[in-house]
Design a protein around this ligand. Structure first.
Ligand code: ADP
Length: 262
């Protein structure tokens, strides 16, 4: 009887170990697939500017007596592609460093009102180019424990998108609030919006709703994955809501255990 009992328990334990092992193998397989997909995407994205540069350089070489104006235009295009390649590599480096571990966060006390204001001030000239008005509504003074540089970069990315994907004469409304648990930032624009089926994908690496449009505006498709990563490292959340042709709202929430209100 005792042997039977042990037998049953033994079987059960073996099954449990087998299930855990299975889960681990599946997770590793999934991670490996993601890694391969990422490497494929990186190669593709890095090759695109290179191909353009090659075509441009070859055109320059093959045409004799080309007017100086045209010559300059081609060279400017080549320079833009170099800038683009640089931007992709920089964004990739940021992502890869963030992937390593969480210790890169250097927590300090951050004055959120000041942070938002300085980000908006820096981006005002960009907004002015499209006659976009930025309104900032702050409901209270909020201080938080966070990595100021990374949070500032994250907000810059979201507001930059709100400008890039907005219409001429559009509007951007930024709000900052907090309750006893969290701090909340929303960035709402009156731009082109995002199709419903793409909303969940915008945080994926290299995902762009409209590759051509995003390319024209200098996008790499990495910005929002960096933003999401930053927010997650601060144990917060970011979500996106959008109405096509009406506008998009990004809502950031950071938990209170790293936040103290002033
Ligand atoms: P990108 O460098 O292309 O801007 P992001 O990761 O920042 O990359 O954004 C991914 C995609 O999400 C963009 O290419 C764009 O299609 C879409 N997107 C992001 N923000 C907005 C916005 N405010 N309005 C409309 N579309 C947006």
């Amino acid at each position: 009887h005792i042997d039977e009992q042990f037998g049953v328990r033994g079987n059960y334990e073996v099954q449990e170990i087998a299930t855990t092992f299975n889960h681990m193998v599946n997770r590793l397989a999934e991670q490996e697939e993601n890694r391969q997909q990422f490497v494929a995407n990186v190669s593709h994205e890095l090759k695109t500017p290179l191909s353009s540069m090659k075509v441009l350089a070859e055109s320059l070489l093959s045409q004799e007596g080309m007017p100086v104006e045209l010559y300059r235009e081609f060279l400017e295009d080549i320079r833009n592609e170099v800038d683009r390649e640089n931007k992709i590599i920089n964004d990739l480096l940021v992502l890869v460093t963030m992937d390593k571990k969480e210790q890169q966060l250097s927590f300090e006390e951050v004055d959120m009102n000041q942070l938002v204001e300085s980000v908006l001030k820096r981006l005002k000239p960009l907004a002015d180019q499209k006659s976009i008005q930025i309104v900032f509504e702050s409901f209270r003074q909020v201080r938080c424990q966070g990595d100021e540089t990374k949070l500032s970069l994250a907000l810059t990315n979201v507001v930059e998108n709100a400008i890039k994907y907005n219409n001429e004469d559009g509007e951007i409304r930024v709000t900052l609030d907090a309750d006893h648990k969290n701090l909340y930032i929303t960035v709402q624009d009156t731009g082109e919006g995002i199709p419903e089926e793409s909303i969940d994908k915008v945080f994926q690496r290299f995902y762009r709703v409209d590759k051509t449009r995003s390319r024209d505006t200098g996008g790499t498709g990495l910005g929002l994955s960096i933003v999401q990563k930053t927010i997650l490292m601060h144990k917060g959340t970011i979500k996106c809501e959008s109405q096509l042709h009406e506008g998009t709202t990004f809502s950031i929430k950071l938990p209170l255990n790293q936040v103290t209100q002033g």
